[in-house]
Design a protein around this ligand. Structure first.
Ligand code: NAD
Ligand code: DAU
Length: 334
């Protein structure tokens, strides 16, 4: 297939682009704004792949979107482009509204005009928090943060383009991803890098919040399955095989890095912090997908990847991220 992958220079988008090129022989065009989270390094290994191209541009820029669609001849749009960090959405929501609302609208208009298949990559956070049980695709949307609220808004817009204009759009909602190339503001890479550097490991509140971890290679495979076989107009959840309390994830990282447990420090909780996420994924399993990486194996591989790939994170940890860290945590990194 010829694909336009928006946000393909980010963590999951680059994992998806790599899998489509390497495992399926797709021709992939990446459109990415290269925000602080987007990095050409994430897709540098794909630069010479047949039919691969990269364009720096925003999804809210209709001319940039049209240009890359014309040049690539893409048959489908897969949209990963987003602002993705909940804490940043609490501090500065503006870009979340612009990218998720207006950007998604621009892409949907392009899909409508050109009669393209459209996949919206979304999140379990649109359902809100669940103390007991598990969310299905029919659970009500009850987002808690500006991040999840604007992602939910984008999902509703996608569904309206299916119902109103017949755009063959599908939505794939994932649970918490982890794996190589994840920007270190997120829990797992933040804790791994802080552990390796002797920095404090900041646990929000009591650390008993539960997340449903999925390896990024498994989520990328689910999105691919939905792209090819998903029924237009449907939503597909893709949840990971394991749930873990944050404090247990952090303790495991301490063990795997050889850090000292005295580095663990409880700090002020995130405002409006969702207690637990849990996704049931029967619909995408019925298409033949299942997650293959269990958390115990995936976390070991992920810690090893960060330990072995300082070329990737050193420029981040010495740049803008340091200022972000000071704003968010009120202290400096070593
Ligand atoms: P990321 O922050 O690593 O990457 C986001 C990418 O989008 C970056 O490359 C960034 O430059 C790009 N981008 C941002 N705004 C853009 C714009 N206006 N135009 C073009 N490009 C833009 O995020 P990620 O973790 O890879 O998440 C990708 C998608 O998956 C998002 O839609 C996110 O909501 C969803 N998701 C993430 C997770 C997770 O745990 N990380 C779980 C479920 C769903
Ligand atoms: O559930 C899917 C979502 O997972 C995605 O849609 C989001 O894009 C992604 O960022 C992620 O959201 P979370 O808020 O769950 O992920 P984060 O890594 O920010 O935090 C995971 C948990 O760890 C959460 O309960 C908050 C906690 N945490 C996080 C950080 C960064 C801490 O205790 N300390 C920290 O320093």
């Amino acid at each position: 297939m010829k694909l336009l992958v928006c946000g393909g220079a980010g963590f999951i988008g680059s994992t998806f682009a790599r899998a489509r090129v390497r495992e399926h022989g797709d021709e992939v065009a990446v459109l990415d704004k290269l925000t602080y989270a987007g990095r050409e390094e994430n897709i540098q290994d794909l630069a010479d792949a047949p039919g691969f191209s990269f364009v720096r541009g925003a999804i809210e820029d209709a001319a940039a979107v049209a240009g890359v669609l014309d040049a690539s001849g893409a048959e489908a749009i897969v949209n990963f482009a987003a602002e993705t960090h909940v804490d940043r959405s609490i501090a500065e929501p503006d870009a979340f509204v612009a990218t998720h609302a207006f950007g998604t609208y621009v892409l949907l208009e392009a899909a409508r005009e050109r009669e393209l298949r459209y996949v919206q990559v979304s999140t379990d956070e649109v359902y809100g928090s669940i103390e007991v049980g598990t969310f299905t695709e029919d659970s009500p949307l009850r987002p808690s943060s500006p991040y999840s609220a604007t992602k939910a808004g984008a999902d509703l817009l996608v569904q309206s383009y299916f119902h109103t204009y017949g755009v063959p759009a599908v939505i794939c909602r994932g649970s918490n991803n982890y794996g190589p190339y994840q920007y270190p503001e997120k829990l797992i890479p933040l804790m791994v890098l802080n552990a390796l550097h002797g920095d404090a490991l900041p646990v929000y509140g009591d650390g008993m919040q539960v997340r449903n971890w999925i390896h990024s290679s498994d989520f990328a495979a689910a999105i691919g399955r939905v792209l090819v076989d998903g029924v237009a107009g449907e939503v597909y959840n893709a949840g990971g095989p394991d749930e873990q309390a944050n404090i247990d994830v952090i303790r495991r990282i301490v063990e795997l890095t050889g850090a000292d447990s005295s580095q663990i420090e409880h700090v002020t909780d995130r405002p409006g912090h969702d207690r637990r996420y849990s996704l049931s994924s029967e619909r995408v399993r019925a298409l033949g997908w299942q997650p293959v990486v269990r958390f115990e194996e995936g976390i070991e591989q992920t810690v090893a990847w960060y330990r072995d790939n300082s070329w990737w994170w050193e420029p981040i940890r010495s740049g803008e991220y340091r200022a972000y860290y000071e704003r968010q945590y009120g202290r400096s990194l070593r």
